[in-house]
Write a protein that binds this ligand. Structure first.
Ligand code: DQA
Length: 140
């Protein structure tokens, strides 16, 4: 099983962001935990702060069974990224560390709605592991 995990803007600075929402973990902590926990899965991780670069990466995606995305703030407005993800015809799963339903109104708009198989949010690192577990149930 091959899974691509995509991180959007400011997720490379996670350890400096509000721990109430993000748990004080760094992106590396998350990626390392995933690799150690799921040794039987092949992961590719990619983070960028540049929307066009993210679209290029998505357009070049081949040979993956599923894409797990935390698009950061792009989740709320980046329609071009949604279009690029739609074009892949892959299983897309949406992940957030924080619970978007309990935050500002602008964070309650999720442009991936209807495209993603499921959203896991509000459980920090567990949001990721639950998304991967779910991915396995879809692909087994
Ligand atoms: C986030 C939530 C977004 O609203 C925010 O812009 C982020 C992180 C999360 O993981 O909770 O950068 O996607």
């Amino acid at each position: 099983m091959n899974v691509l995990i995509l991180h959007g803007p400011n997720l490379n600075m996670l350890e400096k962001r509000d721990p109430t929402y993000y748990g004080g973990l760094s992106q590396e902590d998350i990626f390392n935990h995933i690799v150690e926990t799921y040794q039987h899965i092949d992961f590719t991780f990619y983070q960028t702060n540049h929307e066009g670069e993210m679209i290029d990466v998505i357009q070049q995606t081949q040979n993956v069974d599923a894409i797990i995305v935390n698009l950061g703030a792009w989740t709320h407005y980046a329609f071009a990224i949604r279009d690029a993800l739609e074009l892949t015809n892959k299983i897309i799963i949406d992940v957030h560390l924080s619970d978007l339903t309990k935050r500002e109104a602008f964070r309650q708009i999720n442009i991936l709605e209807g495209l993603t198989k499921k959203t896991f949010m509000g459980e920090k690192l567990l949001s990721y592991t639950k998304a991967i577990d779910y991915c396995q149930t879809l692909l087994d």
